[in-house]
Write a protein that binds this ligand. Structure first.
Ligand SMILES: *[C@@H]1O[C@H](CO)[C@@H](O)[C@H](O)[C@H]1NC(C)=O
Ligand SMILES: *[C@@H]1O[C@H](CO)[C@@H](O)[C@H](O)[C@H]1NC(C)=O
Ligand SMILES: *[C@@H]1O[C@H](CO)[C@@H](O)[C@H](O)[C@H]1NC(C)=O
Ligand SMILES: *[C@@H]1O[C@H](CO)[C@@H](O)[C@H](O)[C@H]1NC(C)=O
Ligand SMILES: *[C@@H]1O[C@H](CO)[C@@H](O)[C@H](O)[C@H]1NC(C)=O
Length: 342
């Protein structure tokens, strides 16, 4: 089962409510003149909701005093027309109409949901005739049969082929490369290897590990490509840590800029204050009056991992990692523009 977040749950409640509302509007022939009224079962009349099961034949057809209806309508916890509603740690007697309309959280109590359905429909009906609108299929329907392994294999093969087409195949690029923006990239998500192996792999197929040139746009286009094609693998890219004096550089020895918008942000349990150097004053001070922050930006200082990667968990912002961990190679073919399709 997929976990649903509170927002998702609230949204689905809202959607069901909307569906019910649309259903009601379409199933009732005209509304009663006042909002606290409901259509009688068989007569043309409207009666007040609070007159249901009060012992008087208000509708004239006795539908407001139907015995099965009243068995559900009356309860011993509260006055007639009311029911006990427990929500958010409180128990109160509320009108049944109110009970039925409360959501997020809904009332916990003993009110028969068919009564709520009846109120939502705006017409009194014998309880046994009321069908609950549920989102799950009725139990009498045959259970959906699992597609045969053959059909599933075909679907899987089709999806996999499409993914390969978008990662290692393109008419404008050589074999194992696909076109991303102006570049031919090999997004080889089917293999796992160390950073050194990944670099060797890229060189073997005529390229090298991906680097971000002076043009940041290539990075943005790559991130967009990953998102569009629902990439979930982790990739090695061509940035690495040399030593304390040189720091992080690309494999062509160009410096790898630190900070945003390149590097991942990590959440930490322990917060830290951030310091700012005021070169004019020749002093350093805590930023924002010493506010303690739980987010730190990669890479770790002092460095722990010496190789750079684009990881799914960091939404493909650059992260530093141990070079021996196995990830997929992300290769780029040298040369700016792939050849145009014939
Ligand atoms: C993948 O690309 C090949 C050749 O370009 C094409 O024949 C095939 O239909 C494509 N498959 C999918 C699933 O897009
Ligand atoms: C690569 O390694 C990751 C993490 O160990 C794993 O989740 C993934 O399935 C592996 N991919 C392949 C193609 O082996
Ligand atoms: C750092 O690396 C550079 C280039 O490899 C080298 O020239 C320099 O001596 C190194 N510095 C230290 C402190 O190791
Ligand atoms: C501020 O200066 C200190 C020492 O001069 C240095 O270690 C630190 O990295 C500097 N911090 C920033 C944010 O530049
Ligand atoms: C900054 O302060 C340091 C020590 O606090 C001192 O050695 C240095 O000369 C100062 N620099 C300037 C430009 O005042």
């Amino acid at each position: 089962m997929r976990q649903t977040s509170p927002t998702m749950a609230a949204l689905s409640v809202l959607r069901i409510t909307l569906l019910l509302t649309v259903y009601c509007l379409s199933s009732v022939s005209g509304t009663c003149p006042e909002s606290d009224q409901i259509h009688c079962g068989t007569s043309d009349r409207c009666t007040r909701i609070r007159y249901i099961c009060d012992g008087d034949n208000d509708c004239g057809d006795n539908t407001d005093e139907d015995s099965t209806l009243c068995e559900a309508w009356r309860n011993t916890d509260c006055e007639r027309n009311q029911a006990k509603c427990t929500r958010s740690g409180r128990s109160d007697c509320v009108t049944i109409s109110h009970y039925c309309t409360l959501t997020s959280p809904p009332c916990e109590g003993t009110v028969d949901q068919r009564l709520c359905q009846m109120l939502a429909n705006g017409k009194i009906r014998p309880l046994r005739e009321i069908q609950l609108h549920t989102t799950t299929p009725a139990p009498t329907e045959p259970a959906p049969t699992e597609p045969s392994i053959h059909v599933r294999e075909e679907n899987f093969a089709g999806q996999f082929l499409m993914k390969l087409n978008n990662t290692i195949r393109h008419p404008d690029c050589p074999w194992l490369y696909t076109k991303v923006g102006d570049q031919c990239l090999s997004i080889f998500f089917v293999g796992n290897m160390s950073w050194m192996e990944a670099r060797t792999f890229c060189q073997t197929i005529g390229g090298d590990l991906f680097t971000i040139t002076e043009d940041f746009k290539a990075f943005a286009v790559l991130l967009q490509h990953f998102m569009t094609h629902q990439m979930t693998a982790d990739f090695w890219i061509g940035g690495r840590y040399i030593n304390t004096t040189v720091g992080w550089t690309w494999i062509n020895d160009a410096p790898l800029p630190l900070g945003s918008p390149y590097w991942a942000v990590r959440h930490e349990e322990r917060c830290t204050t951030r310091r700012i150097n005021y070169s004019i004053l020749n002093t350093t001070a805590e930023a924002n009056d010493g506010v303690c922050y739980n987010y730190v930006q990669a890479p770790k200082d002092p460095p722990v991992g010496h190789c750079s990667s684009l990881d799914y968990k960091y939404y493909y912002y650059i992260a530093d990692d141990n070079c021996f961990i196995k990830k997929s190679p992300l290769c780029v073919l040298p040369g700016e523009h792939p050849k145009q399709a014939q």
